[in-house]
Structures are given as C-alpha cells and as structure tokens.
Design a protein around this ligand. Structure first.
Ligand code: ADP
Length: 484
C-alpha cells in the first residue's frame, strides 16, 4: 500500500509547482469570465426575447378581441371573417387559440378539439373579473399563455375570453444557435488562453529557476562573484539574503580554519620545547643530576601549559556545543561571586594584589552557574595576573529590575587601545613580551564572551595603558528562552 501511495504522491508532485499554480490561475482567470459573460448574455437575450414576444402577442390578441367584440362573435361564432382572422393569428404564432363565451363554453378552438366543452379555469375567471389581459409563461410546455377579455357589443364588462397558447420555440431555437456560437468562441479563447498561460507561467517562474541554477552552480568556494536577479524585488532580496548567508559561512569557515591552525600551533609549541629539552640531555653523557632535575622541571612546566590549553579549549568547545541551551537555574549571584573571589584569593596574595568587593545584596538571576562562574573567574584572574605588585582588583555588583551588572576593574598594566578590539579573539594575547612572563592561553576572554552572550548579555572593556582596565558585564535577570 505504502509504495502505491508514495508513487501517487510522486506523480502528483507537479501540483506543488509554482509554474503549474500560476498556469491554473491564469487559465481560470481567463476562462471563467468568458463563460460567465456568454451565459449571462444568453440568459438576458432569452428574457428580452420572451418579453418582446409577449408584448407583441398581447397587442395582437387585444386587436383581435376588439374585432371579435365588434363582430359580436360571441353570439355569432360562425362569422367566416372572424374565424379566418383567429386562424391566421394562431398559425402566425404557431399556437392554439380558444374562445370561451359567457357561459364558459368553448365556441372556437384552432385545434378543433375542445369546441362545445366547458372551460372553467382560474385564468378565464380572473380575466373576466379583471377585464384585462393576463399572461403566464409555461416553462415546461415552452408556451406563453395569454387570456384576453372579449367585450360585449354594447360594452360594459367582459363577456368572453380569448385563450391563446403561443409557442416560444423560435426564441429557444435562436438561443441554441447563440449558445453554440458562444461555445465556439469560449473554446477558441480557452485554447489561446491555454498557450498564453503556459508561456506567461514559464516567464514568471523563470527568475526563480535562475536563482536555483545560480545557487547550484556555486561551487565550494562560496562564490566570490555576486549575481543579482532583479526581475522581482523578492528574487533580489532572496539573492541578497543568500549572499549574506554565504559571506557568513565564508567567515565562519575562515575562522574555523584559523582556529584549527591556532590550536595546532599552540599545542605544538610546548611539545617542541619538551622535545628540545629532552634532546639536549639525551645527547650529552655524564649529565649531572641537577641538570637533569632542571630539565625535568622545564618539561613539567610545558606539560602543565599543554594541560592548561587543553582545559581551556575544552571549556570553549563545550560552551559552543551547548550554545543556545544553557543549564539555567535561579542563582544567588552574590554567593557565586563570593565563591569565585575566595577561590582566587591565594593567587591574589601570591601576586600581592588586593581584591575589593562592593556588591548590592540579594541579587538572584536565572543563569548557568558553571558558565557564569567560569566567565567571572577569567575576568578577576586577568585583573590579578595583569597587575602590578601592591595593585588592586575591584569587583562591583548591582542590579535594576531587568539586568544585573558586574564591573571588574584593576590597577594593572592596561590594554593598548588598538588591542581592545582583539582581546576576545581565540589565542589572542596583547603583547608577546608579557605573554612570556605571564601565564595564559589567550582563550580566557573568548570563553568569557561566549558565556555572556549565551546569557543574552553584553560585555564591554575600557582601559588605559599603565593605569588599569575595567570590564563591564550586563546580563538579564530573567533568561530569555527563544525558540530555535
Ligand atoms: P590569557 O590567557 O592570555 O589571559 P585572555 O583571553 O584572558 O587570555 O586575555 C587576552 C589578552 O588580553 C591577555 O593576553 C592580555 O594581554 C589582555 N588582558 C586581558 N585582561 C586584561 C587585564 N585585566 N589587564 C590587562 N590586559 C588584559
């Protein structure tokens, strides 16, 4: 059953095509008005033709009824002239005429069937009572039925009634001819519309096909040459959006490549140092034990550094991987800050740097505890690391009804203005000379920034060389979940 359904769906795929839909719309928009116009013309013609025929017949019957009244036909039904007049009229309209006298007796029937019979019908009674002509259209029998009063010789009220059934066949025949002609026009127009719609649908869809071809022709290099398809504003904006996406992908690809080469470089540097250290003691005989120890210390230091880089890389990768779904919970920010400061106090003492904390109490926010703690640690640790003996690091925490703001300022060496734009880049370190003396991987601020952005927050740095640096982090108190 399933293969049959999927086969049918495959066959009906063309229904989804824009070209087919435009074609159908044009066909309907062309053919339906054609049919409506021709049908309404035919119906109007019928109404008009019937009404003309009725009016004309009413007049003719009235004239004849007058003649009959003058000739006192009701009392003298064998009047030859009158009979031939009635005969003429009935054959002219291809119908039947009956004359009913005062006592409801049929005294004349052009079909000769009802003479002598009594005819008490509603039409005859109505006509005699009102004294005026009555008309009705019998759709089934395709006849117009007319009742005309015949006055007495001395005038006064109607004495008899002339009852006429007039055939409408001639109207219906002309209508059939008209309808046939209309359908010839409709079919010819439909054929023209069919081809016109096919050509137009193809032309209208062409720009979209060009988009598909352009996109398909772009090879892996993300296409440097930009093709614009300005036929519609829509196609133009599709192409603009596409090239924007391409350039984003291009820069992502470049940064991925750069990241990979930076990682390899950073991981290779400690390994190269270890190899140099190991080679130099291997190549010498009778090396004193002190030298061995010194070289082994060097190797241990490089292993530590390698370890540090890998730990930082792992934090960064983890954060990138889970980006968008941080493990958010309501957190006591004051408590978290105290924890981070306490953990960093030994390092601060070692570097002879004092830490001050000025926190507005009772701030709680929806954050990912681990990630925010990592971000804070990096900021405060940097404040301590890039500081001077007897220096200070000040941490301030405050909140309004929407955000909490953390400011980490220090009295350290500062960051040159031109470097401020790059400090969040992975593996970026301001100055290679101090990089040699101060431990670091160049990944700390990249991790911090990723963590802050993950919380839909913002980070800003200001610094003055030789005076100090200050980082301001602003994070919403309530985590904004967005559907992705
Ligand atoms: P690192 O592991 O080198 O500290 P970061 O990403 O944390 O890497 O910082 C990048 C660079 O920015 C550091 O190498 C340092 O030169 C500079 N920097 C960061 N914080 C400070 C600060 N508080 N004072 C001075 N320089 C800083």
């Amino acid at each position: 059953m399933k293969p049959v359904i999927s086969f049918l769906l495959e066959q009906l795929k063309f229904l989804k095509s824009l070209r087919f839909r435009i074609f159908m719309l044009l066909m309907l928009a062309g053919a339906i008005p054609c049919i409506i116009v021709s049908e309404s013309t035919i119906v109007n013609y019928r109404i008009r033709a019937l009404s003309l025929k009725t009016t004309e017949a009413v007049n003719q019957c009235r004239i004849l009824a007058n003649h009959l009244a003058t000739a006192n036909y009701l009392d003298n039904p064998h009047n030859e002239i009158s009979n031939s007049e009635i005969e003429q009229l009935s054959s002219f309209y291809d119908g039947r005429i009956m004359i009913v006298n005062e006592s409801f007796k049929v005294i004349y029937d052009s079909y000769g069937l009802a003479v002598g019979r009594t005819m008490i019908s509603k039409e005859v009674i109505d006509c005699r009572r009102s004294g005026s002509s009555e008309t009705a259209y019998d759709k089934k029998g395709r006849y117009i039925e007319l009742s005309t009063p015949i006055m007495g010789i001395e005038g006064g009220s109607a004495k008899g009634v002339m009852f006429a059934s007039i055939s409408t066949d001639s109207v219906l025949v002309s209508m059939d001819i008209l309808r046939r002609k209309a359908w010839i026009i409709i079919i010819t127009a439909s054929i023209l519309i069919f081809f016109g719609a096919m050509i137009l649908a193809r032309m209208l869809v062409m720009p979209f096909e060009r988009i598909a071809n352009t996109i398909a022709s772009i090879e892996q290099d993300f296409g440097t040459e930009q093709v614009s398809i300005p036929d519609y504003t829509e196609t133009e904006s599709i192409m603009e959006a596409f090239y924007k996406l391409m350039s984003r992908m291009k820069s992502l690809d470049e940064s991925r490549q750069e990241f990979v080469s930076n990682v390899s470089h950073e991981l290779k540097t400690p390994l190269a140092s270890m190899k140099v250290l190991a080679d130099s003691i291997r190549g010498e005989d009778n090396v004193p034990i002190e030298t061995y120890r010194e070289f082994m210390d060097g190797i241990t230091e490089e292993v530590d550094r390698e370890n540090e880089i890998i730990t930082d890389l792992l934090s960064l990768v983890k954060m990138d991987k889970t980006a968008g779904v941080p493990n958010v919970e309501s957190t006591d920010i004051n408590g978290l800050l105290d924890e981070v400061i306490n953990r960093l106090k030994p390092l601060a003492e070692q570097k002879e740097v004092s830490i001050f904390c000025d926190a507005q109490p009772g701030i709680a926010a929806e954050v990912d505890r681990t990630k925010l703690s990592l971000a804070l640690t990096n900021l405060i640790e940097n404040g301590i690391k890039y500081n001077v003996p007897e220096g200070w690091v000040k941490v301030e925490l405050e909140a309004d009804h929407q955000f909490f703001t953390l400011t980490v300022s220090d009295s350290g060496i500062g960051i040159p203005e031109e470097a401020l734009d790059h400090i969040y880049e992975r593996f970026y370190r301001v100055d290679e000379s101090h990089s040699n003396t101060i431990d670091g991987t160049g990944l700390g601020l990249a991790i911090t920034r990723t963590a802050v952005l993950l919380h839909r927050g913002a980070i800003r740095a200001s610094s003055e060389e030789g005076k100090g640096t200050s980082f301001i982090v602003r994070i919403p108190l309530k985590y904004a979940y967005t559907l992705s």
